[in-house]
Ligand binder design. Structure first.
Ligand SMILES: [Zn+2]
Length: 298
């Protein structure tokens, strides 16, 4: 990891990965602090090179889970056209992390590639958290801060609960390739029912994962952020997708996030939840910005 901090882009990602890992460790009961899983030497060196993740992990939220940052790192280092190389590298890392879910609690299990006829490929990995609460916290955080607003709107149609008065689901154009593979064995995995509902994908499996957890979500978000023609075609078209209804859906996600933070057995996060609830902290100031570290070191 240390050699990566010579390149500004990867240095920002290392900063973000550390913050996200530390935050998720802090959600565990008992708390899993950096001191408990890093040796003294590594701790000292990391604190010296990346001080902000250490000072902000208990007071600010990551906008996405750590494996999403790892994916960005591989895409950056391999080149985004190098699909096989990216998949192989992630699979190698996945297998190195251990053979059971318990041994790799922060690892994603699938990778998705979204692509139109042009050569650009846009990647996503499934949510890499362990436990229901951290997973739900990260879906809320990604809705509010990470995913493209169309994708966030689609997820918020079902999260925290199915909405009767808001429908932000989208339909991807038929020509879009949206293909997911297992990181453990490399096999293709058809989209689940939830992803079928979110993006109008055909050939779905009978089972559904929690809305927002699948690799398709991040991958489609990256595609829509980058390809204008898809963005125009995939615009949500339901009559129940007005600006006002969407704002209400977003308010429900914020309320859910406050509730989830209160449930964590951690005094700093409980305090943060109270400050959010009474408006002392704004949601815009809630999220950690790894680019601040980079700007300060220039
Ligand atoms: Zn799915």
């Amino acid at each position: 990891m240390m050699e990566l901090d010579t390149i500004p882009e990867t240095r920002v990602l290392v900063d973000e990965i550390l913050h996200s890992i530390f935050f998720l460790g802090n959600l565990r009961d008992p708390t899993f602090s950096p001191q408990t899983f890093l040796s003294d030497d590594i701790l000292t060196e990391l604190k010296d090179r990346y001080p902000r993740p250490f000072t902000h992990y208990s007071t600010q939220l990551p906008r996405r889970s750590p494996f999403s940052c790892v994916l960005d790192m591989f895409v950056h280092l391999c080149g985004k056209e190098e699909e096989d190389k990216i998949k192989d590298s992630l699979r190698e890392l996945f297998n190195e992390m251990g053979q059971t879910c318990e041994k790799r609690p922060l690892s994603s299990s699938t990778i998705c590639i979204s692509q139109t006829s042009d050569p650009g490929r846009y990647y996503g990995v499934s949510m890499s958290t362990s436990g229901r609460n951290p997973g739900q916290i990260m879906v809320a955080a990604s809705c509010l801060k990470s995913w493209h607003s169309y994708v966030a709107g689609a997820v918020m149609t079902f999260y925290p609960d199915i909405q009767n008065d808001f429908d932000g689901t989208i339909k991807l154009p038929e020509r879009v390739r949206c293909q997911t593979f297992s990181l453990s064995n490399g096999r293709e995995m058809p989209p689940c029912g939830a992803c079928g509902n979110l993006f109008g994908l055909g050939r779905v499996e009978d089972k559904s994962w929690a809305y927002g957890n699948c690799a398709e979500v991040e991958s489609v978000s990256n595609l829509i952020k980058n390809v204008e023609t898809v963005r125009e075609e995939a615009r949500p078209k339901s009559e129940k997708c007005t600006e006002e209804k969407r704002e209400m859906a977003e308010e429900r996600v914020k309320k859910k996030l406050i509730t989830l933070l209160k449930l964590v057995e951690n005094t700093k996060l409980a305090k943060l939840a109270k400050q959010l609830q009474c408006g002392k902290i704004k949601f815009t100031d809630l999220f950690y910005d790894p680019y601040i570290s980079e700007r300060r070191s220039d």
